[in-house]
Ligand binder design. Structure first.
Ligand SMILES: *Cc1c(COP(=O)(O)O)cnc(C)c1O
Length: 386
């Protein structure tokens, strides 16, 4: 029986992002699957060793998500009921959900509209006697000013849990994010610059903290000798599998190459948007940081009069995937029930309504970038005329 050939569209659909997994990594995963040991084991240990090297020798532990690393950091810091944690409303909701998870109260501080990160100038006014920590986010990989951040933290005796989920490979003053500072949390979700399918890591200050992190990672269990077992904290089930760790071991050596490609594509976006006069059409561009950002995402802000969903639909029809990163967290129902409302963070609210993430991933081409820019500029120009 003959099967009719599938019709191939003239241009394949360009997704928002896609992971780059090489054949050697895939073969390595198959080896792990055949090895007889597939959950946490030697590959987890090996990945932790490589990550620790990467982060300048600091203690590192891996987990099955980036989210749980922040929850665990809060627990290690002793943050819970009665405490407040300052964070940004412009992030993935995980950033503030973990604060609720440990029983503390998230306090949202508005963003700087240029960097789209926490406005550090507004932090001190939000500090109360209950404040214990700050969770900043390096949105799209653009680093928050670490000098200013840690000066504030030191002055007010606050812990910092850096949500560096998006900034693996970014730098601050020539130092890798994660190689200095307090707790640093990284995600290895498939959309991030390197992946373990699902997973994440936490960079800690001391081996003692790392030991506690291990307890929180697996039911609070501490083993000793052949048969000793004790449980002193309420831990969870957050361990990474060896299969996932093997993926990470194949990804980490390629991080710099992936990020260089992302940077090159980001540059192509700026050049193409400038050539097409996108700014005059009301398009807001990100900070053109080619020194420190890992270009996790390329995000534009649409003119406020345009309906973002319509633009996304038009781009989808043109074979281009886009995303929204993110709706303002403080306006989600659970946060409204806790007292947040419109007007609390006006700059974040305005940007969150109109921010749009364009395709950016290492195997994309300059021609793909040109196609996205052409399609978006055509939409903007048509909207301006009507
Ligand atoms: C991806 C992400 C997380 C959560 O990471 P998971 O690995 O999906 O749990 C947290 N914060 C930010 C800013 C993220 O982008």
């Amino acid at each position: 029986m003959s099967v009719p050939a599938a019709t191939t569209p003239a241009v394949p659909y360009l997704p928002l992002t896609r992971p780059t997994l090489d054949e050697a990594t895939i073969a390595g995963v198959v080896e792990v699957l055949r090895s007889g040991w597939i959950t946490s084991g030697p590959n987890v240990k090996a990945l932790e060793g490589k990550l620790s090297e990467y982060f300048g020798g600091r203690p590192v532990r891996v987990f099955n998500s980036g989210t749980c690393t922040m929850e665990i950091a809060l627990r290690i810091a002793g943050i819970g009921a009665g405490h407040e944690v300052i964070t940004t409303p412009l992030s993935w909701v995980a950033t503030s959900n973990v604060i609720l998870e440990v029983g503390a109260k998230p306090v949202f501080v508005d963003i700087d509209p240029v960097t789209r990160n926490l406005d550090l100038a507004l932090i001190e006014a939000a500090i109360t006697p209950a404040t214990r920590a700050i969770i900043p986010v390096d949105l799209a990989g653009l680093p928050v000013d670490r000098d200013r951040l840690y000066a504030i933290a030191k002055k007010h005796n606050l812990r910092v849990i850096e949500d560096a989920a998006q900034s693996m490979g970014s730098t601050w003053n020539g130092q890798r994010i994660g190689a200095f500072g307090d707790f640093v949390s990284v995600s290895f979700h498939p959309n991030k610059n390197i992946t373990t399918i699902e997973g994440g890591c936490l960079v800690l200050n001391t081996e003692a903290e790392a030991k506690i992190a291990e307890q929180y990672r697996l039911q609070g269990v501490v083993r000793s000798g052949f048969d000793g077992m004790e449980v002193e904290v309420v831990g969870g089930k957050f361990n990474l599998t060896d299969v996932a760790a093997r993926v990470g071991l194949g990804q980490l050596p390629r991080l710099e190459e992936f990020n260089a490609k992302r940077r090159e594509l980001a540059r192509a976006y700026f050049e193409a948007f400038a050539a097409k006069g996108a700014a005059a059409l009301g398009l807001g561009l990100p900070v053109a940081d080619f020194a420190q950002s890992n270009w996790h995402m390329f995000q534009v802000v649409l003119p406020p009069a345009l309906k973002r969903a319509d633009v996304m639909a038009a781009l989808h029809a043109a074979g281009i995937g886009t995303g929204v990163h993110y709706p303002a967290i403080h306006l989600f129902a659970i946060y409204r029930r806790l007292g947040s409302k419109e007007g609390d963070c006006p700059r974040a609210e305005a940007i969150c309504r109109s921010i749009l993430t364009l395709p950016l991933f290492p195997t994309m081409t300059a021609a793909d970038v040109a196609r996205v820019v052409d399609a978006l500029v055509t939409i903007l120009a048509a909207a301006k005329k009507s």
